[in-house]
Design a protein around this ligand. Structure first.
Ligand code: PMP
Length: 390
């Protein structure tokens, strides 16, 4: 059977880095108790009121083909939310609704990269980033960051890799590191984007999960709105991962191009999901804070438990539903540590190596199980780490 080279090009032939996750699922299926801190998904389900709105919309007959770029009322709501948060004028014409942030990332790269082009992304990275860039036929090139500089990307490192590149994908608050980019970092990124004439694709799907300081969108920096595309989603902010509702905010001609792509790929998002998303957005900031609250609490628990550890350094994280732990003092790789922890303690975390070379010797801990279980997992993880010290 002949399958297009495009698909092999997406994975680059390597492993997908999710072996721990698959092993954990098998253990759980075999009836074992595993404290699972691997995946970035809430431990609550979508709010009943949002489901009721979805049901009411479907029952009222909104089950036919939806309009490709999204319903005008939802696009207006996303535009005004974006404008309220960023202070930058945003029209519904800048917004295209997509089936999740992932689809928004793909559509944006498709609209900006041709086969053979180069798209940049930071290392460490969210698992799908290189594949999303490669799916367009372009090459994915990494901009390295370092643990000792809190995994923040620097202007010089971007410029050193920018030759021939057309796009730069960044993510703040960050998965996998939990780091929120400060203004100085974003200004450096913006200068690099201008100097190297790059489109800046800013993945802001965790914008409601900030524990310290503020989320700053680079779209608000002087002169950046014309070259910045913001990726948003209801998945993390409203616990609606399964609804597949995301968006792109882009300059109008680019939004039109992305809408053309949507018409010829997804044909839009079901209207009853769009109506549920509109209802959910109208629940306001208070609801979003409620959804984020458990992660805020668990981060505090982790900082308390890990304080004073000789084996673990916590990367100063201030957002998203993750913590990155530096376990290099143990002499183990992230992979070796995570596999041993799973075997001996039945605790599952993601090895840093799953997210790139820059986070080797680290672990990503998802803040996604009940507080008491989370505290148990972190306490046992910390004791396990101490025992590994040479
Ligand atoms: N970007 C980042 C950084 C993510 O972590 C995720 C999901 N884990 C996504 C985008 C995609 O989310 P969704 O498609 O559910 O909106």
């Amino acid at each position: 059977m002949r399958i297009a080279d495009r698909i092999g090009h997406i994975t680059g032939g390597g492993s997908d880095g999710w072996e721990i996750y698959y092993r954990t699922r098998e253990m759980i299926a075999a009836g074992e108790r595993v404290l699972t801190l691997t995946i970035g998904e809430h431990d609550i389900r979508t709010d009943r009121r949002i489901l009721d709105a979805m049901h009411a919309s479907a029952a009222a007959g909104n089950t036919g083909y939806a309009f490709g770029p999204g319903n005008r009322n939802l696009r207006e709501a996303i535009a005004s939310r974006t404008e309220a948060r960023t202070g930058h004028p945003t029209s519904w014409k800048n917004v295209v609704v997509t089936p999740g942030g992932q689809s928004a990332l793909f559509a944006t790269h498709m609209a900006l990269l041709d086969a053979g082009d180069v798209g940049l992304h930071c290392d460490p990275f969210y698992a799908t980033y290189p594949g999303t860039i490669r799916a367009t036929g372009a090459h994915a090139r990494r901009v390295p960051t370092t643990s000792d500089r809190d995994f923040l990307p620097h202007e010089g490192d971007i410029l050193a890799r920018a030759t021939g590149a057309k796009t730069l994908l960044i993510n703040t608050p960050n998965n996998p590191t939990g780091v929120v980019y400060d203004r100085a970092t974003l200004e450096g990124i913006a200068r690099a984007a201008v100097t190297a004439d790059l489109w800046l694709i800013s993945d802001e799907v965790y914008d409601t999960q900030v524990w310290q300081g503020d989320h700053i969108s680079p779209r608000t920096l002087p002169g950046m709105a014309d070259r910045t595309i913001v990726i948003g989603s209801m998945s993390k902010s409203h616990a609606m991962t399964g609804s597949r509702l995301g968006w792109v905010v882009a300059p109008e001609p680019l939004a039109e191009a992305i809408a053309t792509l949507a018409t010829n790929t997804t044909y839009g998002v079901p209207a009853f999901i769009q109506d549920a998303a509109l209802f959910a957005l109208k629940l306001g900031d208070g609801f979003e804070a409620e959804i984020a609250a458990p992660f805020r609490r668990r981060r505090e628990i982790a900082l308390r438990v890990l304080q004073g550890s000789n084996a673990i350094r916590t990367i100063p994280s201030s957002g998203a539903m993750y913590l990155m732990l530096d376990i290099r003092a143990t002499g183990l790789s992230g992979n070796a540590f995570a596999n041993k922890l799973l075997d001996e303690e039945r605790i599952a975390v993601m090895p840093g190596e799953s997210f790139g070379d820059a986070s080797a010797g680290h672990l990503r801990v998802a803040l996604t199980i009940a507080d008491d279980q989370f505290e148990e997992a972190l306490t046992r993880l910390a004791a396990f780490a101490e025992r590994q010290l040479p």
